[in-house]
Design a protein around this ligand. Structure first.
Ligand code: PBG
Ligand code: ZN
Length: 325
């Protein structure tokens, strides 16, 4: 007869005992902050659907980076918006490309910040798809060739880690081989392994000007209804040499994070995407939720589900709240 012998409320009596039995602790150490950098000068444009998130030109970037460093957020994830787009996204492997210039600027001025680069083509192609087109679809193997050029160029500019997000088959192997051949054996790969074809990316595509000009991404990103397929994608990426695997989006995919945590030993990153951010901001603005509490509760849920790393536009806000506590 459990009750009245067992009373779980005993361990909820006050904050001290709650701290002692808390199973999950969110930390600044878990956070990665995504940053949008646009080619040009004097640019600091707020993204309409993402309050407090801006597109910066390099000359305006310091304000943001000062804050990130001061808050001791360990890493940033860079997205570039080039001045010129073309059919293949050649800015991605240009030595004077937006990401290459950004990496050099950050390394020079913020040597302690860990730089992860998003490796894809959709912000750099006129058609907005994540690679080279052939018959109105992305040509997998042709895209791999350009991806190799892109990562080598990021590595040469000084990137600490590369994160391929295009969902091309064999991309991890292609990148690992290319990096190793050039002597970058120590640069890890964070694979966007279980990246779903999600409507939650809407605000990001406004921010990065990467909406596909025709069709959608369902021939390369995963079907939201699938879970076993996530296990298959992750096993392939680990076999190919992924150091960290990712689930994206995060909130609607906690079961995927949890399943992968129980199946694999590698670190798992959860990408709390733009649409998830926008929903919280919108409800907060309307006064419908306690925004700060919802942000912490959600981030804690990612960790509880099994994520080691949380990539989030809320990173600065979370770090501030954790510092105050
Ligand atoms: C590019 C990329 C996307 C995101 C990260 N990298 C967009 C997409 O696949 O359309 C989404 C990030 C977000 O919504 O916050 N491949
Ligand atoms: Zn893409």
């Amino acid at each position: 007869m459990p009750f009245p012998i067992h009373r779980p409320r005993r361990l909820r009596k006050n904050e001290n005992i709650r701290r002692l039995v808390r199973e999950t602790n969110l930390s600044i150490d878990d956070l990665v902050y995504p940053i949008f950098i646009e080619d040009g000068s004097n640019i600091e444009i707020e993204i309409p659907s993402m309050p407090n998130i801006y597109r910066y030109s390099i000359d305006r970037l310091s304000k943001e980076l000062d804050e990130v460093s001061k808050l001791q957020i360990p890493a940033v994830l860079l997205f570039g918006i080039p001045s010129q787009k073309d059919s293949v996204g050649s800015d991605t492997w240009n030595e004077e490309g937006i990401i290459q210039k950004s990496i050099r600027f950050i390394k020079e001025n913020y040597p302690n910040l860990y730089i992860i680069t998003d490796v894809c083509f959709c912000e750099y192609t006129e058609h907005g798809h994540c690679g080279v087109l052939c018959n109105h679809d992305v040509d997998n193997d042709a895209t791999l060739e350009n991806t190799k050029k892109q990562v080598i160029s990021h590595a040469k500019a000084g990137a600490d880690m590369v994160a391929p997000s295009g969902m091309m088959d064999g991309v991890v192997k292609a990148i690992r081989e290319a990096l190793d051949e050039e002597g970058f054996t120590d640069i890890p790969i964070m694979a966007y392994s279980a990246k779903y074809a999600s409507a939650y990316y809407g605000p990001f595509r406004d921010a990065a000007e990467s909406t596909p000009a025709f069709g959608d991404r369902r021939s390369y990103q995963m079907e939201p209804a699938n879970k076993r397929e996530a296990i298959r994608e992750v096993s392939l990426d680990i076999e190919e040499g992924a150091d960290i695997v990712m689930v994206k989006p995060a909130l609607a995919y906690l079961d995927i994070i949890s399943q992968l945590r129980n199946t694999f030993d590698v670190p798992i990153a959860a990408y709390n995407v733009s649409g998830e951010y926008s929903m919280v901001k919108a409800a907060g603005k309307l006064g419908w939720i306690d925004e700060q509490k919802v942000i912490l509760e959600t981030a804690t849920a990612f960790k509880r589900a099994g994520a080691d790393i949380i990539i989030t536009y809320h990173a600065k806000e979370i770090a501030k709240m954790l510092k105050e506590n």
